[in-house]
Every structure is written in C-alpha cells, then in structure tokens.
Design a protein around this ligand. Structure first.
Ligand code: PLP
Length: 378
C-alpha cells in the first residue's frame, strides 16, 4: 500500500467536517431558491445571512461588506475590472490579478508594475518609487502563494491612500491561516477563496469597504445587494462560513504545529543536502507550513513525479502552472536563476499532516537525490 501524504495545501485543502456537515442539508432537502417569495426560501435565505455574519466576524468586517463570489479568481477580477484609473500591481501576484490587469491594459488602462525585494516582500518604498499620477487602485497580495512571504498590508494600504488610490489585497492564501482584521489593516477590498481554508471549491468572497462603489462584473438579478448577480451557491456559502469559523477557532494551535512541521522539514533537508537552497528564511514573516526549496542540479518536475508515484504530493510552483514547464513568474521576480527555479519544489503542510508525514517526505527526497533520472542533463 503506497503511503499517502498530501503536502500541497497552497494548491487546495481537504474539506473539513464542519463544512461538510453544514453543507449536507442544502445539497438536497433545503433546496429552495433564497430569492423565492414562498416559504421554501426561508431556511436557505437565513443560512446565507448567518454565513455572511460569520465570515464578517472572522475578518473584522461588517456583514454588508461581504459579497459572495465563485472564488479568488472572480474576486480579483471584480476589483481590478470594477475600479477606474490606473492600476498598480506587483510582479508576483497570482495570474488572477496579473491577467486581469493585462486585460485592463488592453482596454487602455495604465498598469504600473512593482517588484518585491530580494526577501520576497513588497515594501511601501517600492510603491513610492514607481508612483505615477492617475493610479486609482493598488493591488498587492497579502501572502505569496509560491514562497509564503507575508506583506506589510497596513503600510501598503496607507501608502496607496496617501497618494489618493484605493487598495486591494488578494488574501486567498492568508484567510483562515493568519489573523486578519480588515478595518485595522485599512484595506478597501480583500479577496478570499474557501478551498484554501478547508471549505468547498468554486466559492469565495470579496470584502468591499462600506461606502465604496465597484462596477458590477456579473450582471443579472438582484442577488448580493444588486452587486453580484446569480442564484446563490447556498451549500457552498454555508460550507465556506463553517470552514472559516473552524479554521479561525483553531488558528493559533494549527499555526504552531505547521511552523514546527516546516522547521522539521528544513532541518531534515539540511541533514542530507548541504547545498539545498531555501528561498525564504525560517525567521521571515511566513505563512505557517510553507517551504520553497531548490535542489541544485535536480529537476523539480522529476522529483515531484517520483514523489507522486510514492504517494507524496508536493508542487513545483503554483498549481495552475504545474503542467507548464515555464519558469515560475514568482521565482523570476525574486531574480532566482532559471536553473534554480527548475529545481524548486514547494511543500505546504496542513493541520492533518502528522510528524510522520514530514519524515516521510524528507526520507523520500533523501533517497531520490543521487538518482540519475531526476538530475538535470548538463
Ligand atoms: N489568488 C491566489 C494568491 C491564489 O493562490 C489562488 C489560487 O491558487 C487564487 C487567487 C485563485 O483562487 P481560486 O482558485 O478560488 O479561483
């Protein structure tokens, strides 16, 4: 029986019991349309209202500031396409932001690009150096999905506001994993996706600060206060709220465990591979359980496939890029040479991983280094 170790939680996470249990009634019995005028609408409508309140509480928002969407990609697109003026985005954003910005550039909007520093962090100075009049929105992710670095969002929001622009953060990797209070952070918009915090796929939300106007992305009925049309995905909305509540409740205990897993993994790698290159340092401000490491001379793709055969799932970069041998735009933006980027794997632990899982990955990697089949041909 092959071992089964899932260590790709930045790509997606398993559905937690709390989410599943909350969803079940709405998958069959309570199938009413929340917009109907008859009594079948009552329970689903109430469930949506409660889910909105739960989510708002988890991120320090008011409930009317939460809009349900189909996930992180839609939330990001909505903000970038629903605002006006020039855009400022960072080089290492997820493609949901980068490609939305590119599409806006095609429509004539100016797009200014800022880069992270060599530690993988975007500092307010980076915004200041590239500032141009007419920028209406700055979008910088809260935490990077390939290396796990966390950006100083409150300072970045302040820097944008001082210059008269709105501020959006793609917090898809951060929500449910690190404490977030939108009002303290001072952000205008925040994107989240349920499947990154043990909720269902295809559902997410967008925080929109009270009083802000965002042009509609999806036109149709009057759902979501007339801002986002489409019959609500009731089961997924309640599942998302239950998952977020559960993750927030367990956040400090989970993150302690995940930082310990990441440390154990780093120490394990160092014990047999002195020339492994970690793209972040342990003491950096990182998401819990996140390690990005290069094995010089080895093919990350080869390593990933053999680990997969052994029943171990890790990633070579963002999930949507794993079929694509293109160098990761995140590693490129950190000026990591292409040869090292090709040797980089991303290991992202989750709360269900045991210490034995960490040891299994280290042991499997140790046995693979030296294997000719995973070396990059000279
Ligand atoms: N933003 C970031 C930082 C992500 O990591 C992802 C997913 O990998 C997304 C956006 C897209 O979210 P979704 O899968 O919900 O569309």
């Amino acid at each position: 029986m092959p071992i089964k170790v899932y260590a790709d939680h930045a790509a997606t996470t398993p559905l937690c019991n709390a989410a599943w249990e909350a969803m079940v009634p709405f998958l069959r019995g309570e199938f009413g349309n929340p917009s109907s005028l008859h009594s079948w609408a009552k329970v689903p409508r109430k469930a949506i209202a409660e889910a909105r309140a739960t989510i708002a509480e988890c991120i320090g928002a008011n409930l009317e500031e939460i809009y349900f969407t189909s996930g992180g990609t839609e939330s990001d697109n909505w903000v970038l396409k629903g605002t006006t003026g020039g855009l400022m985005v960072s080089t290492y954003e997820h493609h949901a932001v980068l490609n939305a910005a590119a599409s806006e550039a095609d429509r004539g909007r100016e797009v200014v690009i800022v880069s992270p520093n060599s530690d993988g962090v975007i500092k307010p100075g980076a915004l200041a150096r590239k500032w141009k009049g007419g920028i209406g929105l700055v979008s910088v992710m809260m935490a990077n999905n390939e290396i796990g670095t966390i950006n100083p969002i409150n300072l970045l929001a302040e820097a944008a506001h001082e210059r008269g622009a709105l501020f959006h953060t793609d917090a898809v990797q951060a929500v449910g994993h690190i404490p977030i209070d939108v009002h303290k952070l001072g952000v205008d918009f925040l994107s989240a996706s349920a499947h990154k915090f043990n909720g269902p796929k295809g559902i997410g939300f967008l925080y929109v600060r009270n009083g802000l106007k965002l042009n509609q992305l999806i036109n149709g009925g009057q759902q979501e206060a007339g801002m986002r049309a489409g019959t609500e995905n009731v089961a997924s909305i309640v599942g998302m709220a239950a998952a977020l509540k559960e993750n927030c409740r367990k956040m400090s205990i989970n993150s302690e465990r995940l930082y310990a897993h990441a440390k154990r993994f780093r120490d394990g790698i160092r014990s047999f591979c002195a020339n492994a290159i970690f793209h972040t340092r342990e003491e950096d401000n990182l998401l819990p359980g996140f390690v990005s490491v290069a094995f010089p001379g080895y093919s990350a793709e080869g390593l990933m496939h053999i680990l997969d055969i052994k029943g171990i799932a890790v990633s070579t970069g963002a999930a949507c890029d794993s079929k694509n041998t293109k160098i990761s735009h995140v590693l490129k933006s950190l000026k990591i040479p292409a040869s090292l980027a090709k040797s980089t794997i991303r290991v992202t632990f989750g709360p269900e991983n045991a210490i034995a899982d960490v040891i299994a990955i280290v042991t499997a990697l140790e046995s693979l280094l030296g294997n000719r089949n995973v070396k990059i041909a000279k």
